[in-house]
Design a protein around this ligand. Structure first.
Ligand code: SF4
Ligand code: SF4
Length: 150
């Protein structure tokens, strides 16, 4: 898509004036029954394994922290829906520096931006939405696109 066409398309979307977001660190997106899956590829697995000092034994790392679902891999979660890397007391990510793309790009996922109603639903469980730093439409798309590059 050419730049002009892309700009014209940007002008049409409901969040053309940008969206505010600033994480409060509540941990909701890393926990709970609606969490679903935290998909990871080999590069992301290696990055987290490095951070926890297990890059010399990736098999062990995967046995402990990763589950395979068909052709894809996801981080293990506890029965209550908490991601295995969510610190139970502080509700902070224990591998924040190497967290996967899915976590880095939240909440600017394409499906979350589908409509104001969908964004409103996301904001109900993510108190960081609609507050703090204002992201321009270009920044939002740049962040969201990173998820689909991986
Ligand atoms: S739900 Fe939103 S505010 Fe809470 S930790 Fe996740 S991104 Fe941050
Ligand atoms: S890797 Fe970290 S940021 Fe991602 S879901 Fe797990 S605890 Fe949350």
């Amino acid at each position: 898509m050419g730049e002009t066409e892309s700009l014209a398309k940007d002008a049409e979307v409901w969040y053309r004036n940008g969206l505010s977001f600033e994480c409060t660190g509540c941990g909701n997106c890393c926990s709970g029954p609606q969490t679903g899956f935290v998909w990871v590829d080999d590069q992301e697995i290696l990055a987290i394994a490095k951070q926890v000092g297990l890059d010399h034994d990736l098999d062990r790392f995967e046995r402990q922290f990763v589950r395979t679902l068909g052709h894809r891999k996801s981080l293990v979660e506890y029965s209550d829906g908490d991601c295995i890397f969510l610190e139970p007391k502080t509700r902070r990510c224990s591998v924040y520096e190497s967290r996967p793309g899915q976590c880095r790009t939240w909440p600017f996922w394409k499906e979350n931006l589908a409509s104001p109603a969908r964004w409103g639903q996301v904001a109900k469980s993510c108190p960081g939405c609609n507050q703090g730093k204002l992201y321009s439409i270009q920044e939002i798309h740049r962040i969201g696109d990173r998820l689909h590059e991986t």
